[in-house]
Design a protein around this ligand. Structure first.
Ligand code: C2E
Ligand code: MG
Ligand code: MG
Length: 764
């Protein structure tokens, strides 16, 4: 309010004494005054002179009149000798003299138009001449007529003079009126001039200063309201940092920071004391300070504070201005985003981006200090089975517990991260030797030897760990991670639950694997597959009863590839659906061409257990064929036991539609007798590994014999796979095994060859 008052006073003083224009305004005013005075003086002098002359003229005319009367009287008296000639003479002389004066004055008072000067002049001239003549002749007695004439002329002169006097009197009146008129006119024009001068010289700047002052007033008012209503906390502090003004927002901000303290206390104790040194040096050097202040309460409040120095007109410090903003919300959001961006939401461990950053940082540090560190890529063995078996909820809990356990067994300086899924990474810093890494890996394995309790279920897990070491394996984060991953992959390939240090051969292997993957994708696109068929023989009769379709891939860039090599790859790359589609199409054609009582076996990939649509489509196409019970679907034992429930459903579905199901490679998956009974197979195919030694190894012989007996008890048919010798065949015959398949009879062959060999015809 004080400031507004001061400004108002300033405005008024400016209005009355506009500094810049004062000298000029004074000059103009003086000039006007002078002009007015001079003009009035000139007009007055002119008119006053005239007025001054009129009375003397009137007076003189009166005198002349008297003299003319006197002359006429003397002339009359002269006639009667009562007067001396000399008197008359002197009266006439006086008249002549007066007349001359009158003429001169009339000449001087040349106010043509105001009276009839000419006529009077003439009158006076005539009278003067006549009087002069009288004085010259000096004998008025002898010329009495002259006396009469003189009398008449005198009277006429009197009349003319009277007339002239009244004319002059009237003119004088007029002149007076004229003077008044002039004064009024001049007064008006002077006023107008003054007004114009005021308007253009004084009023304009004054008006401008009024407008400016109004604007300033308005602006100040607006700034005041801005100050009051601002959401930013605004403060004005004096030189000693005492709060002079603070808006509502400033009070609100300081309250949020510390509700117990006053504004003054907040500023002095919380901010000023804490940061004074920093702030003052920043103000000294750059004139402003900007920073963050946060409270140490349970819930941290963050303030953004910016302070500037405001100088006076002499460039001396006048006051400090401060702006404060409560940025707690922003900071909290940032923290959340940071957590989301850098930490795994499930375990709270560092995420991929974070660990890459940590490894990069460590690369830099180790480069400077010639240090070593290791990256351990840790993958849970068979986590998918756990997830599918116990559900994702339990899977998540398990991952959480694994994360906690990994963190608890590592050093504080080490970083544990979860890359996603069941992949963890451990950054082990300051590694002095490989032995340290070995013992760390063993410690990890040991820590997970005991089952992890999750929802009252004890889950047993194992790890495959791949290790890369800085700087021997790689010198960048991405390379170290990649190489640890390769090593982990190798550990998995080598039988899981172990650790592997990276070596360059692994990389070559992976390169080859990647190129194999590319080739396989191209192979699917280019239809590079074909089928071979291996006959199945009835051991009793030695006749062919059916065949098994076996897939081959003739890559354009490789030799013929066995399904054992490309099918697991296709499964892991989710390419199996495409391959199966091809197999089913090709099989359908062959089935339709083969005899109606001829068994036809198709191998089913485990992937069908996740995508059964392709299989269902195939089954519905097959439903039209005669004798559906000759179509046999082979599912490997290991596939079945990975998901018993699903397998049971699918097997039931196949069998329900009238097709047969065989458990392939039996004996490799350790199916329990309970499952064997529950799964309801039609055929058991004993794995080649047992048949191989059947004639030489008693164990194999006993196992095969037991399987055959078991199958017979369960009412199942048995096919022995991989029969290569007569001895093997004889053993099987002895055990009462129904069917055999193997090189002893035939290797897998083309359909034409099969038909030629067994049916003596060619399929179209
Ligand atoms: P499998 O179904 O157990 O097929 C028998 C495998 O044993 C075949 O290998 C066959 O060539 C081989 N074999 C048969 N008799 C003998 C023998 O006397 N001695 C030796 N050493 N081997 C013999 P193949 O064709 O390489 O197939 C390997 C596996 O690939 C198959 O095992 C089957 O599980 C899978 N497979 C083959 N074709 C397909 C297919 O179309 N789809 C699917 N999903 N899997 C297939
Ligand atoms: Mg098979
Ligand atoms: Mg087999």
């Amino acid at each position: 309010m004080d400031r507004v008052q001061t400004n108002r006073n300033r405005f008024i003083s400016k209005l009355l004494f506009p500094k810049e224009n004062l000298v000029f305004a004074l000059f103009i005013s003086v000039m006007c005054l002078v002009i007015w005075l001079v003009t009035v003086l000139i007009i007055d002098a002119y008119l006053i002179k005239e007025r001054r002359d009129y009375p003397s003229l009137i007076n003189m005319a009166g005198k002349q009149r008297m003299l003319s009367q006197k002359a006429a009287f003397l002339t009359l008296a002269r006639q009667t000798n009562q007067t001396a000639d000399s008197d008359l003479k002197s009266a006439i002389d006086l008249m002549v003299e007066n007349q001359a004066y009158l003429l001169t004055q009339a000449e001087l008072v040349d106010l043509a138009g105001y009276y009839k000067k000419q006529a009077l002049d003439k009158q006076i001239q005539e009278f003067s001449e006549f009087v002069t003549q009288l004085s010259v002749e000096s004998n008025l007695q002898r010329k009495p007529q002259y006396t009469l004439d003189l009398m008449n002329m005198s009277e006429a002169l009197q009349v003319a003079l009277d007339k002239t006097v009244s004319e002059w009197e009237r003119t004088s009146e007029n002149a007076n009126l004229q003077l008044i008129k002039y004064r009024i006119l001049f007064g008006i024009s002077f006023l107008i001039t003054c007004f114009a001068v005021y308007l253009f010289v004084l009023a304009k700047p004054l008006h401008l200063s009024i407008v400016t002052a109004n604007l300033k007033d308005h602006a100040i008012n607006r700034f005041k309201r801005l100050f009051d209503y601002s959401h930013e906390g605004l403060l004005i502090l004096d030189k000693d940092w005492h709060v002079v003004h603070a808006n509502t927002a400033a009070k609100r901000v300081s309250n949020a920071f510390n509700s117990d303290s006053s504004m003054e206390h907040f500023w002095h104790e919380k901010i000023n004391l804490k940061l004074k040194g920093k702030i003052l040096s920043a103000l000294d050097s750059v004139g402003r300070w900007e920073g963050e202040v946060f409270s140490n309460d349970e819930k941290t409040t963050y303030l953004h504070v910016s302070i500037i120095q405001v100088m006076d007109s002499n460039n001396q410090l006048d006051f400090y201005g401060a702006v404060m903003r409560n940025i707690t919300d922003v900071r909290e959001k940032e923290e959340k985003l940071k957590t989301l961006a850098l930490y795994d939401g499930l375990t709270g461990l560092a995420n991929r981006a974070n660990i890459i950053e940590c490894i990069s940082e460590e690369c830099g540090k180790s480069q400077e200090s010639d240090g070593r560190f290791a990256v351990l890529f840790i993958d849970i063995d068979g986590f998918k089975l756990i997830n599918d078996g116990y559900g994702h909820e339990l899977g998540d809990k398990l991952l959480n517990k694994i994360g906690n356990r990994l963190s608890s067994i590592t050093k504080n300086t080490d970083v544990v991260a979860r890359l996603g899924g069941d992949e963890f990474v451990l950054l082990a810093k300051n590694i002095t030797s490989d032995d340290v890494i070995v013992s760390l890996s063993k410690r990890i394995m040991k820590a997970f030897e005991a089952p992890i309790q999750c929802d009252d279920i004890g889950v047993q897990i194992g790890f495959s760990i791949g290790i890369s070491v800085y700087p021997s394996d790689a010198e960048s984060a991405s390379e170290l991670l990649k190489k640890a991953d390769i090593a982990m992959y190798t550990a998995k390939q080598k039988g899981k639950n172990q650790f592997q240090f990276f070596n360059s051969e692994m990389e070559l292997y992976l390169k080859e694997r990647f190129s194999f993957e590319d080739d396989l994708r191209n192979g699917i696109l280019n239809n590079e597959f074909f089928q071979l068929f291996q006959p199945v023989i009835d051991i009793k009769t030695g006749n062919i009863v059916g065949c098994e379709a076996l897939l081959r891939w003739q890559s354009s860039t490789r030799d013929l590839v066995s399904p054992n090599n490309f099918i697991p790859m296709a499964e892991s790359l989710n390419l199996m659906t495409e391959i199966d589609k091809w197999v089913f199409e090709a099989s359908l054609k062959v089935i339709q061409a083969l005899p109606k009582n001829f068994y036809f076996a198709i191998n089913l990939s485990p992937k069908h257990f996740s995508n059964s649509e392709v299989l269902s489509a195939f089954l519905s196409k097959l439903s039209a064929i005669e004798n559906k019970a000759r179509i046999l679907f082979e599912i490997t034992e290991t596939t079945i036991i990975t998901d018993i429930e699903k397998s049971t459903r699918i097997i039931k579905n196949i069998r329900k539609q009238g097709f047969l199901v065989a458990i392939d490679d039996f004996g490799t998956g350790y199916t329990s007798l309970y499952n064997l009974k529950r799964l309801e197979f039609d055929i058991i195919k004993i794995d080649r590994s047992f048949i191989k030694d059947i004639s030489t190894d008693s164990n194999s012989k006993n196992i095969v014999e037991a399987i055959v007996k078991l199958a017979q008890n369960l009412g199942l048919n048995v096919v022995a796979e991989g029969v290569e010798t007569k001895e093997q065949l004889e053993c099987l015959r002895e055990f009462g095994c129904s069917y055999a398949q193997g090189y002893y009879f035939s290797k897998p062959i083309e359909i034409n060859a099969l038909e030629n060999k067994y049916f003596g015809k060619t399929t179209t």
